[in-house]
Ligand binder design. Structure first.
Ligand code: C5P
Length: 474
């Protein structure tokens, strides 16, 4: 694959991640329209000037797929090949990884060997292919742990519905799953299955659980299936897409926030009525937790101040568990100073003015009236601090109508630098869901982001934060 193909592949990934149309990209990225022709013309390398111009454009737009300079060269990639028809594409993936200087070690499940042979995989990796958990030569030194530890990144391609289910359930009954359970390196999965299997509630649950565990996904894509006449979402991502995502996970860009302290609030708050009852809201904490995890993965020191949620504490994050808005504010203030504060919590606007010391009894009379008093606004309090105000204060605006207008007002009213506005109306599926459509509102204007998994919204936000904190950023 030539440099030109690689560059085109990166552009494709960028377009997919940003939702930008190819026409708009061409028009905006390239000042001289003749240069677009240069890109399209077969067999000719794009001019250095064009590549430069386009790369700069992608970087400015904060695309998640901005070419990673370091890539996979010199890195250890452990490729787990699952049993699906798409396994043949993993051969191409090995070739691409090896060409770029990665040391690829392959592990094949039993089912994978029905589709491609260890012989052909080994010929491409130029090393031994691992297939069994109880290999006499390997298990004496706990081979699966050694394999898991040696990798800089673990790529599962294709990841079948069964393999995802095993990963989500923490199974370890063969070499592939044992490695994945012992993994310390980032894990990237490229699912491939029939669209009905991908859409099945069981797979949905597993994917959601894996995302929460910090597993990275690439694809699946929409398109024709191997089964005649079937189409839909389930095709494995193309090898160049998997390569680009693996590169992103390995690139120094993922250490963008090294040396920074980021405070994130997440989840709902609980305001007690009496010892057994409380006021709260439907926030799951997914978006806030994903932001904390993404900031930590980018090398930041992260303090996550979380209300009660059903989520696991993200790895490598200091988590302060709180219940009420007042406790949340105190925890955020105690965590200062920080470079960035991202207030993603759905803080209760009011608390019960006087919490009853004993359970309020039903009695025969009229129902009790709850007098409410206003909670402190954590975002506004932090944004308006004179001393130790974080350089960047980011809030969320969950709105059900007049999204942008209300979010702009919120930016001013609270003194925040950015507001991420999202539509949480009943039909949007955002509250408690896996995906989010956000608009980044700053004094400079509005950036519309495509609908993305909350984990990707988090990664993109981290990229934007890193740019804003850079000396020439905004
Ligand atoms: O005013 P509203 O609740 O819509 O504002 C949402 C933003 O303000 C979110 O970033 C939320 O975390 C923050 N907020 C806060 N303290 C409050 C209310 C909201 O930090 N008491």
């Amino acid at each position: 694959m030539s440099l030109r193909d690689d560059f085109l592949a990166e552009i494709e990934v960028f377009l997919k991640a940003t939702g930008m149309s190819a026409t708009r990209f061409g028009r905006e990225a390239v000042a001289d329209p003749r240069l677009v022709f240069d890109l399209r013309s077969k067999g000719r390398a794009p001019s250095a000037r064009l590549m430069d111009q386009v790369a700069r454009f992608m970087a400015e737009r904060g695309g998640t797929a901005v070419p990673a300079p370091a890539g996979v060269g010199g890195k250890g990639v452990l490729l787990v090949i699952g049993g699906g028809i798409a396994a043949y594409k993993s051969l191409d993936l090995i070739r691409r990884l090896s060409e770029r200087g990665a040391a690829v070690t392959a592990v094949m499940t039993d089912a994978a060997q029905e589709f491609v042979t260890p012989l052909s995989v080994g010929a491409l990796t130029a090393s031994r292919v691992f297939t069994g958990l109880f290999d006499r030569d390997d298990e004496h030194d706990v081979g699966h742990i050694r394999l898991a530890r040696a990798a800089d990144v673990i790529v599962v391609a294709p990841a079948t519905a069964d393999l995802l289910a095993k990963m989500a359930g923490g199974h370890a009954d063969d070499l592939a799953t044992a490695i994945l359970l012992a993994a310390g390196a980032p894990v990237l999965v490229a699912p491939a299955m029939n669209p009905k299997m991908w859409a099945h509630p069981a797979t949905r649950r597993n994917v959601e659980a894996l995302r929460r565990d910090g597993i990275h996904f690439v694809g699946p894509n929409a398109g024709e299936m191997a089964e005649a006449g079937e189409a839909g979402i389930g095709r494995m991502a193309e090898p160049h897409e998997i390569l680009a995502t693996a590169q992103r996970l390995l690139s120094p860009a993922t250490r963008l926030l090294a040396g920074r302290h980021v405070i994130v609030t997440s989840g709902p708050t609980r305001e007690p009525i009496d010892p057994v009852r409380y006021l709260a809201n439907r926030s799951s904490g997914r978006q806030g937790h994903a932001i904390a995890a993404a900031a930590a993965a980018a090398g930041a020191r992260v303090t996550l101040v979380s209300g009660p949620v059903a989520l696991a504490d993200p790895p490598m994050v200091t988590v302060v568990h709180v219940e009420t808005a007042r406790d949340m504010l105190a925890a955020v203030e105690a965590a200062l100073p920080a470079d960035v504060a991202v207030m993603a919590a759905a803080v209760a606007d009011w608390r019960v003015a006087e919490t009853a010391a004993a359970k309020i009894k039903k009695g025969g009379g009229a129902p009790p009236t709850l007098a409410l008093s206003e909670n402190p606004d954590i975002l506004a309090t932090i944004a308006r601090r004179k001393a130790s105000r974080p350089a960047l204060v980011v809030g969320f605006a969950a709105e059900t109508d007049d999204l942008i207008h209300n979010a702009r007002d919120k930016l001013k009213a609270k003194g925040a630098d950015w507001i991420l506005a999202n539509d949480v109306s009943a039909g949007s599926g955002v509250m408690g869901g896996e995906e989010n459509t956000v608009h980044l509102i700053s004094r400079d204007g509005v950036e519309d982001w495509p609908r993305l998994p909350k984990t990707e919204v988090a990664e993109r936000l981290v990229g934007r934060i890193a740019r804003a904190l850079a000396p020439s950023g905004k």
